[in-house]
Design a protein around this ligand. Sequence first.
Ligand code: PEP
Ligand code: MN
Length: 359
Amino acid sequence: MAAKLELVPLNDWGFFHLPPRPCVVAGPCSAESEEQVMETARGLKAIGINVFRAGIWKPRTHPGCFEGVGVPGLKWMSRVQKELGMKICTEVASEKHVFECLKHGVDMVWLGARTTANPFLVQEIAEALRDTDIPVLVKNPVNPDLDLWIGAFERLNAQGIKKLGAIHRGVSSASKIKYRNAPQWEMAVDLRYRYPDLPLFADPSHMGGKREYLYELSQRAMDLGLDGLMIESHCDPSCALSDAAQQLTPSAVIELLESLVVRDAATADEEFNDRLRELRAQIDVLDENLIFALASRMKVSRKIGSLKKDNCVAIVQPGRWDEVLEKVSSSAEGYGLDPDFIRRIFNLIHDASVAEQNK
Ligand code: PEP
Ligand code: MN
């Protein structure tokens, strides 16, 4: 059972102000040189962005790739903070990183996806941050495990860290997909449902992996009511030492932000609210019908289970299930439903029936 989190609202961090959405954190994947950091930060400041990110220690898939500039980069970031008045933030993956950040006056840190997946590291970082007041953003783990993500917030909160936010950056996928990391919007929405006061950001850059996908992913984040975006931006993206294909120039960042259509979560328009209530009432009835249909199906499934048992027949006949899947997916197509979605639902229903027949 997930614990309650004690949280400081986003507007009280002194970093962002809602509305309007999105709150934006932007900056290069990696700090590469003092010139690149300063030029990018100036470009972002000029378009009204106040929270600057840059990776100082970079987790790379292969050794020998550019692994970040380390501590000297923190000095360049302090210049951004002092000369441009921006808040500065970077990724920490160990207690050593935390101590260096604290020493250099970093305003906010984030935990990367690989770190969130490791409770030992999260615990070590949480303890190193104890008694500080700096906000911590936590990316989802590389695998789609909501509890592991929540566990990281619990560990940080247990050390007194209350300025917490989540960043959805997609998850690794074994199959080939168009994005670099598959969005798991349902996981982000589930997190919001469980912790409505936990600020929620999306990272369209690491999700998309390519500049061309950033707009659609950012728009989706806004449509789902997320509070903010973390966007990678570089003064000269094609020359970036890491993640060159997904970084935007500061002027492309403002172009993207200005093209987003951001709808309010609620409105005082009575006509709209009446129509919404009516449609929601219809959905409630349909959901009730779905539950009834599932319960009726389960009853029949139990009868099949005992019939098979009485006649010494195995519970699963694979051929039969393939037929069912074939039938429901072609029927789904007829109704304009995604057959893949229906297959996934029916596989879950089937698993539950088999478990019931096994009892
Ligand atoms: C990053 O933000 O630079 C980064 C490495 O992201 P992630 O942890 O999402 O891969
Ligand atoms: Mn990156």
